[in-house]
Design a protein around this ligand. Structure first.
Ligand SMILES: Cc1cc2nc3c(=O)[nH]c(=O)nc-3n(C[C@H](O)[C@H](O)[C@H](O)COP(=O)(O)OP(=O)(O)OC[C@H]3O[C@@H](n4cnc5c(N)ncnc54)[C@H](O)[C@@H]3O)c2cc1C
Length: 287
């Protein structure tokens, strides 16, 4: 029994609020209360007995969380938008990256259930969407008892524990990426295992000079995804022919401290992430 884990779920209650305010109230009602979106991460945790749950707050009837809308050069994507809906519905300039994100998804079933809010709240390296959102300058919109506020996704990931009593209402990402080229790459060997790496790189080149760039990886620090600003700073403003892949590789290697596991030791993740990022950057720079 211990080895197999629980075959059934323990007892808990489920509330189904129809508004964001009501959902926030339920979430603030005490210990052991968690929001549930697609359930793809949460239900396995409960089944394995890794989370004591008194009440699940089912977000599926909260209309505000299903929205996708344009707002002043950005697009708002509600927390209940699924991975597959995100790619179909959000026409921003990173479409190739989103298509590759879906193409590399380990499970068609999961991609139709898993949500943007669930990925953000999970905040771990197994969420391929996080490097995509980091590269898209995402802001997380949060709803709590004191009202709504937003923080950058980088800040959210760094201070995840501070936002536990809040609902991820959605993310705002930059909509227009004229002149940018992006690339997505991931290596996963099994649906049950963390990927070896997941990297998103983007750059805008003008007159053979790197005007701006983005480098985001799934394993930046332990199991935390992150944007590699030192690497971006080292490349920004350089002529394309002065960006050496070996220097980029070295800069990435110095910027990350990935977690390791039995399949992919930390040093392996570090090497492969550095090498792949350097190759991807050369590709988007057209070097
Ligand atoms: C077999 C399998 C394969 C997978 N393959 C991939 C893959 O290829 N790529 C990938 O990126 N991911 C993959 N995943 C991971 C999965 O897609 C994510 O964990 C998922 O994004 C979580 O979203 P969810 O809606 O299911 O969240 P849930 O499981 O419902 O919740 C996850 C956590 O987020 C919290 N939460 C959910 N919504 C909100 C909200 N709006 N506000 C605040 N907190 C919230 C919950 O309380 C819980 O703590 C896979 C998972 C499985 C089981």
């Amino acid at each position: 029994m211990l080895l197999l884990g629980r075959l059934s779920l323990p007892r808990f209650s489920v509330s189904r609020p129809s508004s964001l305010r009501e959902a926030v109230e339920r979430l603030s009602s005490g210990e052991g209360v968690y929001p549930i979106a697609g359930g793809t991460a949460l239900i396995p945790l409960i089944k394995k007995g890794l989370l004591e749950v008194r009440e699940l707050v089912d977000l599926s009837s909260v209309r505000e969380l299903g929205a996708i809308r344009r707002e002043d050069g950005r697009v708002f994507v509600g927390g209940m938008v699924t991975h597959s809906e995100l790619v179909d519905a959000a026409p921003w300039g990173m479409r190739n990256v989103l298509r590759d994100f879906l193409r590399n998804h380990t499970s068609p079933h999961v991609m139709n259930l898993a949500t943007v809010g669930g990925s953000v709240a999970s905040s771990t390296s197994s969420e391929d969407l996080l490097p995509v959102l980091l590269a898209a300058d995402a802001e997380v919109v949060l709803a709590g008892r004191d009202g709504d506020h937003s923080v950058s996704l980088e800040d959210y990931l760094a201070r995840r524990g501070s936002f536990r009593a809040e609902i991820v209402e959605g993310v705002r990402v930059r909509y227009v990426w004229d002149g940018w080229r992006f690339s997505f790459s991931k290596l996963s060997v099994s649906v049950r295992r963390m990927p070896a790496f997941c990297v998103v790189v983007g750059a805008r080149v003008s007159d053979q000079t790197v005007e701006d760039c983005r480098v985001a990886v799934a394993f930046a620090d332990g199991l935390r995804p992150g944007r590699l600003r030192d690497v971006e700073d080292a490349v920004r403003g350089k002529r394309v022919d002065a960006v050496r892949a070996a220097d980029v590789e070295d800069a990435v290697r110095r910027s990350i401290r990935p977690a390791g596991d039995v399949h992919f030791p930390s040093e392996y993740r570090r090497k492969v992430t550095s090498r792949v990022t350097a190759l991807m950057l050369s590709e988007v720079l057209g070097a």
